[in-house]
Design a protein around this ligand. Sequence first.
Ligand code: PLP
Length: 456
Amino acid sequence: YDTAALKQLDTAHHLHPFTDHALLRQRGGARVMVRGDGIYLWDSDGRKIIDGMSGLWCVNVGYGRTGIADAVYAQMQALPFYNSFFNTTNVPAVLLAEQLAQLAPPKFGHVFFTSSGSEANDTVVRMVRRYWDLMEQPQRQVIISRRNAYHGSTMAAASLGGMAGMHAQGGLPIPGIVHIGQPSYAEAGQGMSEAEFGIKAAGWLEEQILELGAGQVAAFIGEPVQGAGGVIIPPPTYWPEIQRICDKYGILLVSDEVICGFGRLGRWFGCELMGFQPDLIAFAKGVTSGYVPLGGVLVSARVAEVLVERGGDFNHGFTYSGHPVACAAALENIRILREEKLVEKVAAETGPHLKAAFAGLALHPLVGQAETCALVAALDLVRVKRGSVHANERFAAKDAVGMICRGHMFDNGVIMRAVGDRMIVAPPLVITRQQIDEMAERIWACLDLTLNDLKA
Ligand code: PLP
């Protein structure tokens, strides 16, 4: 292929998600990725890049796994597709359902398959409402979520999400979804300890429940660590208090584990690290490491008993629910995660090493603070550093310092995400300590380049 021609065709015909196309054209089109191996990507100009974001937080076992390709090929030859509607099933879907029931926290025995995290969260909305109908409390309709959350891009998932920029397009949120504040200590914890702030932020849930009337509330949904919203790591007091409040009012608790599941936080599911026991778990991404689209909802006994025993038909499902090829990819992906003990490695080795590396980066004059949780990490770029998160002076939004920094990273071979001026990494779980050091060195050099730009 000819890269210039490809870029031209891409610009002419391809509408990209979350992309300003006028800006893309100005920049000469999109970068074309052609190959991957481990934590590295190569673009069409032959540049080798550290993928600090695991694609979109999903390539947990790293690129270039021929075992997954082989499993997919074998399944495609045996049975490329059959549905799981109307009393049929297929071998990989059954085996995967059983594996997931084993891996999930103890109360979970059932799974409903989708092809994406958005579909998983749409399924959550319908399942939660179905549950309360069957419980003969149909007035329990409202799902409480959090401002700045990202739960996907379908109408219901984007409504569960709390991103103002998404709500502004398409008349969202749909009725029956309300949002409370996110547990960001930097944003709202001034004057109190982190532990105190965790209790306070969870208290916003109780305030909202009381305002709506507890009998109207169906569920609360949140990510253990909010990812796309800017790696918001809640204080340890937050989730146990959320659990206590949900239990007090009988409200279903939903953990969106689309990012946090499958090892990202050094546990199979993030709720295990954060100390809460949800009733439903939405998953996607890491279940196949992104090699083939797959998602789903893990269903605990509390909900499964009602859906199965009293349910009748649940009039919901996707052509590709339990897709045999996707499930075969997931089985091999999970086998790799287990065989290479990648989840344990994040907890014991690479997570702590990333924490130390980011503590080093926090010494850079442009960095106000670093925060990490296992294999996700963030750096806040600040105009004036005063030694505490609430005293640091931030840049104006119009300075777009995060975007400048992200550009330098991209040009110098490391992919980081910028959420405002917060620079984020979530590398593949296969990253080694040496590769973390290599990534941190490149990040430091790009912080220098960003600082030079600001001085110029
Ligand atoms: N939930 C969370 C927490 C996510 O981060 C995402 C995607 O980034 C989604 C849901 C949506 O998943 P998908 O893009 O597979 O629809």
